[in-house]
Design a protein around this ligand. Structure first.
Ligand SMILES: Cc1cc2nc3c(=O)[nH]c(=O)nc-3n(C[C@H](O)[C@H](O)[C@H](O)COP(=O)(O)O)c2cc1C
Length: 319
């Protein structure tokens, strides 16, 4: 049994955390992960207070285990955040922005705080303002992500975190990733893309199918999605599947800025014609190693069992 400081701090059995993913979580997924002994996290980003509270209450009807809600702080919906405080959710998961106020408010209602960081400076700040668990998110991650590769960022964040647990995120999909993360000093893993390929996940069937069919190198990170949305995140890129739009515009962002209306119209025309080839789908670089649609609870159990086997095998090689 793998038991780490992340398990103690978060009150969970296994150090496997499911990422809060905007538009890609629901109560069934979150409860399945928490019921299996991991920590499920609902997305709070781009959600109304009412919708979030409904989901929080549904999670509570499905599990009595800890779970979290994720917020993107630089684009925070204050009303939704206040609703989560009022619900006294067990864990707040934060990303971007300044976490100081959010940490104080969460602690004041007895909640724990996980903060996802992409640089060592952000890790230093997170520690200074009292974040309970840090997530070192590498550039391999699906969705919005920083620029540093996980296996270079992680050990530096572990040094900065001191006694606080650090979770590794970005391209991790299995027990091999968990075993590697532990060997780099992490106390667990946070996985997003792996949990999209589950029956519980609200990802579209086409998104799930794309994950199962993916080969190494099928994702690319660039700021183009945010440019198209008219909502730039400084210092951050978005990792998505490659498609004809990324082929044309990734790396040509300056040019894209003056063609946004045209590209949006092109996407709209394709959508209206039932052609989804220009749909942008988020995914991490671990997609190439996801080969099956598996229940979320099974992913938690398999990840831990596989990591245990690997660590035992490695241990047996030491005289
Ligand atoms: C579809 C999708 C949506 C995401 N949305 C969010 C979000 O709303 N908030 C956030 O903090 N991170 C978000 N992320 C990033 C995850 O928190 C996490 O860092 C990432 O999934 C880890 O990499 P992996 O997908 O390779 O496991 C998202 C990731 C994906 C794949």
């Amino acid at each position: 049994m793998i038991h780490t400081s992340a398990c103690d701090v978060l009150g969970i059995e296994h150090p496997v955390i499911q990422a809060g993913m905007a538009g890609h979580t629901n109560a069934e997924l979150v409860a399945a992960v928490s019921n299996a002994g991991g920590l499920g996290i609902l997305a709070g980003f781009r959600r109304s207070a009412d919708a979030l509270v409904q989901d929080v209450r549904r999670v509570r009807s499905l599990t009595d285990r800890p779970f979290g809600v994720n917020f993107v702080l630089h684009l925070l919906n204050e009303e939704t955040f206040r609703a989560a405080l009022a619900e006294r959710i067990p864990v707040f998961s934060l990303y971007r922005g300044d976490p100081a106020d959010a940490v104080a408010q969460a602690h004041a209602v007895g909640s724990l705080v996980i903060d996802q960081i992409t640089t060592v400076a952000e890790a230093e700040y997170a520690r200074a303002v009292g974040v309970d668990v840090l997530v070192a998110q590498g550039a391999e991650a699906g969705g919005h992500t920083g620029l540093l590769p996980l296996w270079n960022l992680l050990p530096e964040v572990v040094k900065v975190a001191g006694s606080r647990p650090v979770l590794a995120a970005g391209g991790i999909v299995d027990g091999q990733g968990l075993a590697a993360a532990l060997s780099f000093g992490a106390s667990g893993v946070l996985m997003g893309t792996r949990f999209l390929a589950t029956p519980e996940s609200p990802a579209t069937p086409a998104h799930k199918q794309a994950i199962l069919a993916a080969q190494l190198g099928d994702t690319v990170a660039s700021p183009m999605l945010d440019i198209l949305r008219g909502e730039e995140w400084p210092g951050i890129q978005v990792r998505t599947f490659r498609n004809p739009l990324t082929a044309r515009w990734a790396g040509h962002e300056a040019e894209l800025r003056s063609a946004v209306a045209e590209v949006r119209a092109e996407q709209e025309r394709a959508r209206a014609a039932g052609d989804d080839s220009l749909t942008i789908r988020l995914a991490g670089e671990g997609v190439a190693r996801i080969h099956d649609l598996k229940p979320a609870g099974q992913i938690v159990r398999d990840t831990v069992a596989e990591a245990e086997q690997i660590l035992q095998k490695l241990n047996s090689q030491i005289d």
